[in-house]
Design a binder for this molecule. Structure first.
Ligand SMILES: Cc1ncc(COP(=O)(O)O)c(C=O)c1O
Length: 390
């Protein structure tokens, strides 16, 4: 029998990646995440590749709240939630999330990745059918893989007609679960939630929206894609991250009915077998949400930056799809070319990451610009100047 050692096949894969120019090197940052960051190998650069949409990752009130959490509850629970791992600050952040999302209750996890796997792996029954948008995030795909439904169906991206055909053909299932990103992370496109809510009503399906890139960005008061699409309170289950707009540390949540949250406490494996959210994060994320509830200053600033950068890039001849989100993909096609362009931008002090296969389909490599409220007008000028040289 011919065997290939793990070491040999790993070396072969890594060599292939290096030769094709697609090997990812981690870059180390010396200070906090902000409009600019200090890259160990490049010095200070403008950061257009973080999900720090509202600039809260180094906001003084968010940092002070994290310190307060540390002072009050120290490092963490050293336990899973149901044994002795729930602090008062977990109830506080979960009540705050539920109120913000417009749901009865919420449950936190150490990441949204965990939240998606926990949720989908727990709620889907064996005679159920899942309907998942073809461009959904990897954590939704893996969550679907962990569940054991009668069938997992993938519908064409944002294609209500395709979804409807598939729903119609599965009316004999015990339950139908439609799952979508609110904002698609590689496209910056917004799910058509009004259409999905209607289809779910018509075909007696439940709607799950992962709003990781929508919360804090979309909607007049930052309540995300449901607010933007005017369906606040009509989405059955919302998942999201605390690691992007809402403070940027880590952490995720599921928001829905009280019974759903109780079911997850009883049955979801990441809450039964994994530690609780660190108190620093429970405090910093709560402060982030409270900042959004105070006024819309940061969201207004983000929207002004998005508008300036989108218009500026379009004026320079880059094809940017019209979208209200803070994610602006610039299609390049060839992955090595996309990487060369991102290297060129970095030489000019602007950090934009190139994405290729397997994160996006082959031949659809792109630069992904992510806008932050932390960027000043001068940063935006410098960004557009750098893109002008490509
Ligand atoms: C749509 C979506 N869902 C979930 C996640 C995972 O979030 P977390 O970092 O909290 O695990 C991401 C992160 O990139 C995401 O883009």
């Amino acid at each position: 029998m011919n065997t290939v050692s793990f070491e040999a096949r790993t070396r072969e894969l890594l060599n292939e990646l290096r030769e094709s120019g697609t090997h990812k090197a981690l870059r180390y940052i010396g200070g906090p995440m902000g409009a600019t960051v200090n890259l160990e190998d490049r010095g200070e650069v403008i950061c257009l590749c973080s999900n720090n949409y509202l600039g809260l990752a180094d906001h003084p009130e968010v940092v002070a709240a994290a310190h307060e959490g540390l002072n009050r509850h120290a490092a963490g629970t050293a336990s899973v939630r149901f044994i002795c791992g729930t602090f008062a600050c977990h109830r506080e952040i979960e009540d705050t999330i539920a109120e913000f999302a417009g749901t009865e209750a919420a449950l936190t996890y150490v990441s949204c990745w965990c939240a998606n796997e926990a949720l989908i792996g727990t709620i889907v029954g064996k005679n159920d059918v899942i309907f998942s948008d073809e461009l959904n995030h990897a954590s939704i795909i893996d969550g679907c893989r962990l569940s054991k439904p009668r069938e997992r169906m993938v519908y064409a991206h944002r294609d209500g007609a395709d979804l409807e055909t598939k729903l119609k053909a599965n009316m004999d299932a015990d339950a139908r679960w439609v799952i979508t990103d609110g904002v698609f992370s590689m496209e910056g496109a917004v799910a058509n939630l009004a259409e999905l809510v209607n289809l779910c009503k018509r075909y007696d399906a439940r709607l799950i929206v992962d709003d990781s890139h929508g919360v804090g960005v979309l909607g007049r008061t930052g309540r995300g894609t449901p607010e933007h699409c005017d369906v606040l309170g009509q989405v059955d289950i919302i998942t999201g991250t605390l690691g992007k707009a809402l403070g940027g540390a880590a952490g995720g949540y599921v928001a829905g009915s009280r019974d759903l949250v109780d079911l997850l406490v009883q049955r979801s494996r990441p809450s039964l077998f994994s530690n609780a959210l660190p108190p620093t994060v429970a405090y910093s994320a709560r402060q982030a949400i409270q900042l959004l509830q105070r006024d819309t200053v940061l969201m207004d600033r983000l929207r002004a930056n998005i508008a300036r950068i989108r218009t500026g890039l379009a004026d320079l001849g880059f094809e940017c799809q019209d979208s209200p989100t803070a994610i602006i993909p610039i299609m390049i096609g060839d992955e090595a070319e996309a990487i060369r362009k991102s290297e060129r931008l970095l030489e000019l002090g602007v950090w934009v990451v190139a994405f290729g296969y397997p994160v996006v389909p082959k031949g659809k490599a792109r630069l992904r610009v992510q806008v932050s409220a932390a960027l000043t007008d001068e940063h935006v000028d410098r960004v557009l100047e750098a893109f002008g040289t490509l």
